[in-house]
Ligand binder design. Structure first.
Ligand SMILES: [Zn+2]
Length: 357
């Protein structure tokens, strides 16, 4: 039997959509959400899917960002190399040797981020980090004219070239863009599971844009929805790899979804956070605690909307986040869906009012 979750994660992570250039992934997301509710869009491109339940109030916003980190062509040298701008927070060390696709008016152009071969580096240079400003994209051209003939222009989006691969255990998946297509997938999976009338609220599933450049789509779409409560669905940093201390991240792959207790721009609503933790225990979903000092989510904008919106972040742990090859565990995903569906069934007006009492 076809595995619809695996198909969903493959389709969403292999889709292209960097900040400001989300249309390829947006078309896919719109098609996936169309059978589930009433679709609309804010004016910078976030997709909103309204799903009616047994009561109009409260309005719940589910937010997952559909943009992935990438680059933009900035300048073409006369020798035919491309300087580029990052869109989102890249760690320079993961860039060298990476294959990329440039989306041009004439179609896709493949390139690679160039580096000096080790043979030409001094012993001292080999131990040093190459700065992004010293890197360039090579599309195999020998002049600026050749680059232009290929259709490449400054402003063209550049996307990591990577495919979705189930790994040896069968339980873990490797792909680009789990940040945050996994969050978008959680919204779709949970809306697919909920039956009409099974939730005492109106749900707005929102695939936001431009999160990676400063939660811009969340800032606009929260105004369109004007929610009473929000659940941000995200990817989280798995700390179970060499070099990360538990006090930096104690999150492990396969040990359950996470609930965020702290990030750089939001402290979740404490009563809502505790509701999530108690519920997970009751329905026997393993839940991990997470703290991210050097990052934030769409919650940063959403929880400050109007006079404030009670907000939590539920996430799926991801190894090697913000690179072109990240890994998730299927159990964490399935448990996140289970928890989310149960939350949506229980969040009625009375419950939501308690969070701000
Ligand atoms: Zn994210």
């Amino acid at each position: 039997m076809a595995d619809s979750t695996l198909e969903l994660l493959k389709e969403l992570t292999e889709a292209n959509g960097i900040p400001g250039y989300e249309s390829p992934v947006r078309n896919i997301v719109r098609n996936l959400l169309e059978p589930l509710g009433k679709i609309s869009q804010d004016k910078i491109g976030s997709v909103i899917c309204e799903v009616n339940g047994s009561s109009e109030a409260p309005k719940l916003m589910l937010a997952g960002h559909m943009d992935e980190i990438g680059f933009m062509v900035k300048h073409i040298t006369k020798e035919g190399f491309l300087h580029f701008l990052p869109l989102g927070g890249w760690f320079d060390q993961v860039l060298l040797g990476q294959r990329l696709v440039i989306k041009t008016k004439k179609g896709d152009v493949v390139g690679v981020i160039g580096a000096k071969p080790p043979h030409l580096l001094s012993a001292d240079q080999r131990t040093k980090v190459v700065k992004r400003t010293d890197m360039y994209i090579d599309i195999g051209a020998t002049s600026k004219e050749e680059v232009e003939d290929a259709g490449v222009r400054p402003g063209d989006p550049v996307i990591p070239r990577a495919d979705f691969v189930p790994l040896a255990s069968g339980k873990t998946y490797l792909s680009k863009a789990f940040d945050d297509r996994v969050g978008v997938a959680l919204i779709i999976s949970s809306l697919r599971q909920l039956k009409p009338g099974e939730h005492p609220n109106t749900i707005f599933g929102v695939a936001t844009v431009q999160e990676e450049v400063g939660v811009r789509g969340a800032t606009t779409s929260v105004r369109a929805v004007d929610p009473d409560l929000a659940i941000v669905l995200e990817s989280d940093i798995a700390g179970d790899v060499p070099g990360i201390k538990p006090e930096e991240s104690s999150v492990e792959l396969g040990k359950g979804p996470t609930v965020l207790i702290y990030d750089a721009r939001m402290i979740p609503n404490i009563k809502f956070r505790d509701f999530v933790m108690d519920l997970a225990e009751e329905i026997e979903v393993p839940l991990q605690i997470s703290y991210v000092e050097g990052g934030s989510t769409d919650g940063a904008a959403i929880h400050l909307h109007n006079t404030g919106v009670p907000t939590v972040v539920i996430a799926v742990p991801v190894r090697h986040i913000h690179s072109d090859s990240s890994i998730i565990h299927r159990d964490d995903y399935d448990n996140a869906v289970k928890l989310l569906v149960e939350m949506l069934k229980r969040l009625d007006s009375e419950k939501v009012a308690e969070f701000t009492a």
